[in-house]
Design a protein around this ligand. Structure first.
Ligand SMILES: [Zn+2]
Length: 118
């Protein structure tokens, strides 16, 4: 079980790193709207579209970065043999929860509490 979840975490880490790289790649390309216009024609990309996509990329980037932090924190817990326990109250996190979200750091009651205080 723990070994399977570790593999999943490593896969998730890999995927997140790749997604971040592709967002960065897009952001770099998008820094030159004139070049994009030259490639696709002025009609395809107007300023509003450009700004919206840039905002979306930034939001995506923040989400991916947060995911990556959580995944890496979970991998740390695997190393320290504390994986699968809630970081707040120490309760065992149900297997079902870990299978859908291996980077989960909190048990469900603690998660609900945190979300309520947000
Ligand atoms: Zn808890």
């Amino acid at each position: 079980m723990a070994a399977l979840l570790k593999v999943r975490l490593l896969q998730a880490e890999q995927q997140t790193v790749e997604s971040l790289a592709s967002v960065d790649e897009r952001t770099r390309e998008a820094q030159h709207p004139d070049e994009i216009a030259a490639l696709f024609g002025d009609a395809v990309i107007d300023e509003a579209t450009f700004i919206t996509e840039r905002e979306r990329d930034l939001a995506t980037r923040l989400t991916l970065q947060r995911d990556l932090e959580q995944i890496r924190a979970a991998l740390q817990r695997v190393e320290h043999n504390t994986f699968g326990y809630c970081v707040q109250c120490g309760a065992l996190i149900p297997e079902r929860r870990l299978l859908t979200r291996p980077q989960a750091a909190l048990c469900v009651p603690c998660q609900i509490q945190v979300e309520r205080h947000r």
